[in-house]
Ligand binder design. Sequence first.
Ligand code: CA
Length: 232
Amino acid sequence: MRILVVEDDINLNRQLAEALQEAGYVVDTASDGEEGHFLGDTEPYDAVILDIGLPEMDGITVLEQWRKAGRTMPVLLLTARDRWSDKVAGIDAGADDYVAKPFHLEEVLARIRALIRRAAGHASSEIVCGPVHLDTKSSKVTVSGATLKLTSHEFRLLSYLMHHMGEVVSRTELVEHMYDQDFDRDSNTIEVFVGRLRKKLGIDLIETVRGLGYRIQPPAANSGAQPAAHAD
Ligand code: CA
């Protein structure tokens, strides 16, 4: 999962980025509205943390432009504590949630987890596929109750596929959501990670869809029922 942080307070920007990275996300950062707008407009993010008071272009305008251009990623706004009008303007502009400054990093992390989950159609913090349980809160994966030891790349890959259960996910898409903008990307490595994951999982969970990518089928698919959340 890949997150964009747009915040002009350098310390806060760094704290957010570090906390998110520790939680297993890949993070890109921007320190003004124009750069932030450009990144959010051109890169695929699973969620964005957007400050309202920004140089060059304010957060509300950034958000309005993204939404006007059809960018639908979940956006968490950072607002000043006493500015209720900012919250209203933010939600009207298309924000999914907000946190008032000053905040606890834990709260931001919890809200980001919830936004990513809900955007993928999952209501609970645990994503389950047969014997495989992925706890988005602790970033732990178990198979039939046994904890898997995964590297951060393996976890990101599995997490992305499980969040998007039932969808065919291309290697390019996986690369885009597993690495930050500065990383030297090579989609061949995805195959290696999938191979290792399959070995660790020990069950037939990740399906190769020839020429298209990979898919984890929700258990319900076997009985012919398709989940409504992924109807497209
Ligand atoms: Ca600011």
